[in-house]
Design a protein around this ligand. Structure first.
Ligand SMILES: Cc1ncc(COP(=O)(O)O)c(C=O)c1O
Length: 487
């Protein structure tokens, strides 16, 4: 295929060249009506390129196949049979992917270290989750993806399960053995969905962990805005084999998706594919060298412990994305969250993720020598000033097995049941009616329907005192919890 073409960008250019006058949305009419104070901040071109697909990028009948061609090029670029763009972020794409494999009341295996959008899908879709617990790494206080044998055991226990959803890479860059998990799923003749929100760059360099389509997954969802170069909310479904029907996927996507897709998202997805096919190897090669350098220099700074390949050698993960620089800062006597706040306030460096133990910086093709030295200088400054930061009360981590909560009710039934708030001290033994997800990374510690334990409440409350943010809890202070009302 001719990857020098970019059908959406070309259609947008052509639309602008023709100077079409539009009598439909968007009401700003390609910027004619934009308040100059808005244009001053975001730029007039944003509005000029904000065009509907129908009677905009393409005609009413979509007869030029602008989007279809762009999607075919994307599929070809990453080795998928089909690709579909979504402008609603992977938060929506994972819901659609799950819905295209399991409908209401049907069972689906789900890795329990899932992002909150997956747990939300369980509530919205009414699917019955069969949790596959991740591998807890007690020293690092991290959850890594589950292993193929964990998936096989759960499929044997639940032969009626319709498929499996795996999350890889994790927010911290550790990766699953997708190929062997796919083989297990295929032994049971069910599809493997991979939430590869953090993996849009993986198809474009051999030095990166295996990419879902290459590793035999059936349906892969990526967020190109995370590690790739398209704008926020850009997400792609990739499909191969015949275990998930493209027709079913499209129809279920239509249930949830927007009828006003953003041309800016489509155009930047299209441009990212062209850039990666033409220059991806070289750009990612540079990024990989840069990440290696940053990791090496950071590890020379006393008090900083960047996670590296040892996480694979120690058997915690099957692979590791070297472009994720997760640095343990506990030796400095500060939390990752404090480090992140200090870096923003004092060095104007905004770190991608942080938790009680570490910070995480994503390195992409967009970094350069300047950003590399800004990051390293800021990290050295953090170490120099760490003693000035106030010590936070410690997080009382439970035993890893204590994080595997019993399922007392289906998540959907619990979420929509009559509820009440109980003081945290009285929550043990009650069934949660809400999600409780420290953010970032937004992986729920408690999901609706799970039986709350004293150990988990103690952990979360010590976390709040330490600085966790829990935006999805009805009471983010966790003085009370929203639980299913006693009958
Ligand atoms: C593993 C995972 N899946 C899905 C999502 C949701 O993606 P998006 O932000 O594109 O909606 C995220 C977001 O952080 C994520 O980490």
């Amino acid at each position: 295929m001719d990857h020098s073409r970019a059908p959406v960008l070309e259609a947008l250019q052509e639309f602008r060249r023709r100077g079409d006058v539009v009598f439909g949305p968007p009401g700003h009419k390609q910027g004619r009506g934009v308040d100059p104070r808005v244009a001053d901040v975001v730029g007039r071109d944003v509005f000029r390129s904000d065009v509907l697909s129908l009677n905009g990028l393409d005609d009413r009948r979509q007869s030029q196949g602008v989007l279809a061609q762009a999607q075919e090029l994307m599929a070809d670029a990453v080795g998928a049979e089909r690709a579909f763009f979504s402008t609603c972020g992977s938060s929506l794409s994972v819901k659609t992917a799950m819905l295209s494999v399991a409908g209401p009341g049907e069972r689906l295996l789900l890795s329990r270290n899932a992002h909150k959008s997956v747990i939300a899908a369980v509530v919205v879709n009414g699917v019955e989750p069969i949790w596959v617990h991740p591998k807890f790494d007690g020293e690092r206080h991290l959850a890594h993806p589950p292993e193929p044998e964990d998936v096989r055991r759960r499929l044997r226990e639940h032969p009626d399960a319709k498929g499996m959803l795996l999350i890889t890479p994790t927010d911290w860059g550790t990766c699953a053995d997708i190929r062997d998990v796919a083989a297990v799923c295929h032994d049971f003749d069910v599809p493997l969905i991979v939430d590869e929100a953090w993996g849009a760059h993986l198809p474009f360099h051999q030095g990166l962990p295996a990419w879902g389509m290459d590793a035999d997954a059936d349906l892969v969802v990526t967020s190109v805005h995370k590690m790739g170069g398209a704008i926020e909310q850009s997400s792609v479904f990739h499909l191969q084999y015949d275990r998930v029907s493209a027709e079913v996927l499209k129809q279920r996507e239509d249930l949830l998706g927007t009828t006003s897709a953003s041309s800016l998202v489509y155009a930047t997805l299209d441009g990212w594919r062209r850039q990666m096919v033409e220059q991806g190897h070289e750009l990612l090669d540079t990024a990989l060298h840069r990440a290696r350098r940053i990791r090496a220099r950071a590890s020379e700074v006393p008090g900083l412990r960047p996670m590296g390949q040892e996480v694979v050698e120690e058997g915690h993960a099957a692979d590791f994305d070297p472009l994720k620089i997760a640095i343990d800062v506990r030796d400095l006597g500060v939390s990752g969250m404090q480090a992140s706040e200090w870096l923003r306030a004092n060095r104007h460096v905004d770190i991608g993720g942080s938790d009680s133990c570490r910070i995480s910086a994503s390195i992409t093709h967009a970094d350069d020598d300047e950003t590399e030295s800004v990051l390293l200088d800021a990290l050295r400054a953090l170490v120099e000033h760490a003693d000035d930061l106030e010590q936070q009360p410690p997080v009382r981590f439970p035993e890893p097995s204590a994080l595997e909560l019993e399922q007392g009710m289906r998540p959907r039934d619990a979420f929509f049941a009559p509820t009440e708030h109980v003081p945290a001290e009285q929550a043990a033994g009650r069934i949660a009616a809400e999600m409780i997800s420290p953010y970032p990374p937004g992986v729920p510690v408690i999901a609706p329907g799970e039986v709350i334990t004293a150990a988990v409440v103690d952990y979360l409350r010590s976390g709040v005192d330490h600085g966790f943010l829990i935006p999805d809890a009805a009471d983010p202070s966790l003085k009370t919890l929203r639980v299913v009302r006693h009958r």
